[in-house]
Write a protein of this length. Structure first.
Length: 469
């Protein structure tokens, strides 16, 4: 169905009768935003219904007009969502498409809806409602990934893995400890998104184009009805503010970066060189020429999309950096980066949760990896420090022992007590107890450490946190 409102020429975009001709077709294509701002449909309808009810409450329009407007808006929303009503690019955006169809349905009452508002504060309100809704959804998906990580961590409390620095094996840790490092990152991501929501929850409706309105409106009432916690305090700022979008995209970019790091580990761990893990087949693909291949394509895509999301943050910051007050059409360019960033992270979170849930670890290979490469050298230095030797001196002694072991092609625990005592008479036979992986990890029994006791307590804490509303 196409709009056929009499006098539709007056409704084409916001040009009205001020212009004698329409936009150049190429200019119209650039000007229109309907191909992406359709995402604001439900938020636009909700905001317009609240605005109409407020106008009636304040005696600006009749109660009957407000009720007809609300019913008409519901019908317009249903027609667009079902595909019955085709969106018209000539009307520029979702807001004008909704208004045009509303006027077609209810006539003069629909023409009164735009009283005491501008498209500037209307769009800003719709975008804030979008951010609040989608940010809440992202938090739910972050928590779903956190649950998946905790579930796998709990199954692997007694699985050991080499910890790395510089991608070189460094010290052994529990696999659970490694996985819960990503929970720590995601917890911060969750907090940043939640924090951004608090500043987003200020309603700009009533700011008008830039200078508010002469009508005696109830801004606080509309804000409360729409779920905002407050109203904006400066009409000039409210009309041109997109800080809320910048903040959310920034938080999204950092969260996507954390997913990229986890994805990179999965790529490495599933390689033949590491052989630590096998990804679920539902998250891999094959080769067009090599039948044996199972490529970690989804992990690579999550990793690859990170640059795209970071680019959206840079794009929006660049749009805003030179804008004078208040509204400028440049701000239309804030929408596509926002929508794509939100949708990219949402999809990535779902994929990574599934990947975590289905990954399988080669626990024996992991264990062997912790027993190679002198990963317990620091334990030997701690042994000497525990017996009164300055740690720097102990560090040098153990470095000499590592060199001796490398020259012989053995691990530290294959050296004799005489070899140890040749470097320091502080060594006793109990030094070999310090060269046991399980004991070495469990000695690191401090808050934030990888000991079994601490990991079990951390899993309990995270589960409790995830269950708290």
């Amino acid at each position: 169905m196409q709009l056929t409102l009499p006098g539709m020429a007056d409704m084409k975009g916001a040009r009205g009768r001020r212009f004698a001709s329409g936009l150049n077709p190429d200019a119209a294509d650039v000007n229109a935003s309907i191909n992406f701002d359709w995402r604001l449909l439900r938020h636009d309808v909700a905001g317009s219904k609240a605005h109409a009810r407020m106008l009636a409450r304040c005696g600006i329009i009749s109660q009957e007009d407000a009720e007809r407007t609300g019913e008409g808006l519901d019908r317009v929303c249903a027609e667009i969502e079902s595909g019955e009503l085709a969106l018209d690019p000539a009307l520029e955006d979702i807001h004008m498409n909704v208004e045009a169809r509303l006027i077609e349905l209810i006539g003069e009452a629909g023409q009164k809806l735009h009283t005491a508002r501008s498209r500037n504060d209307q769009v800003a309100t719709d975008m804030r409602l979008y951010v609040l809704t989608e940010a809440a959804g992202l938090i739910e998906r972050i928590d779903a990934l956190r649950r998946a990580l905790v579930d796998v961590a709990e199954r692997h409390i007694d699985t050991f893995i080499p910890g790395y620095t510089h991608l070189q094996r460094a010290q052994p840790v529990r696999l659970a400890h490694h996985l819960l490092a990503y929970d720590a990152m995601l917890t911060r991501d969750r907090g940043r998104i939640d924090d951004a929501m608090r500043r987003t929850a200020e309603c700009p409706l009533g700011a008008g184009a830039l200078a508010a309105t002469t009508f005696p409106i109830d801004r606080e009432g509309v804000a409360a009805e729409l779920g905002f916690s407050a109203v904006t305090r400066n009409s000039l700022d409210a009309a041109g503010d997109r800080d809320f979008a910048v903040e959310l995209i920034g938080a999204i970019a950092l969260c996507q970066t954390h997913l990229s790091r986890l994805a990179e580990e999965f790529v490495l761990w599933s390689s033949g060189e590491f052989g630590f893990a096998r990804l679920g087949e539902a998250y891999c693909s094959g080769s067009s020429i090599m039948p044996q291949k199972m490529n970690p394509d989804l992990a690579e895509l999550v990793r690859g999309k990170t640059g795209r999301v970071i680019g959206h943050w840079v794009s929006l910051m660049t749009v805003l950096k030179g804008l004078p007050l208040a509204y400028n059409k440049d701000l239309q360019e804030s929408q596509e980066p926002l929508y794509d960033a939100v949708e990219t992270l949402a999809a990535s979170l779902r994929v990574m949760a599934g990947m975590v849930e289905t990954v399988e670890f080669d626990t024996e290979r992991l264990r062997r990896a912790t027993e190679q490469g002198h990963l317990l050298a620091t334990e030997v230095a701690d042994y000497l420090a525990d017996r009164g030797l300055p740690f720097r001196e102990a560090h040098g002694i153990v470095g000499a022992l590592v060199r001796k072991a490398i020259e012989r092609g053995v691990e530290l625990d294959a050296l004799s007590l005489a070899d140890f005592r040749a470097e320091s008479d502080r060594f006793e036979s109990d030094v070999f107890d310090w060269l046991d992986v399980d004991r070495a990890v469990d000695r690191r029994d401090v808050i934030g450490g990888p000991s079994k006791r601490r990991i079990e307590a951390e899993i309990t804490r995270i589960r409790s946190e995830l269950e708290t509303p």
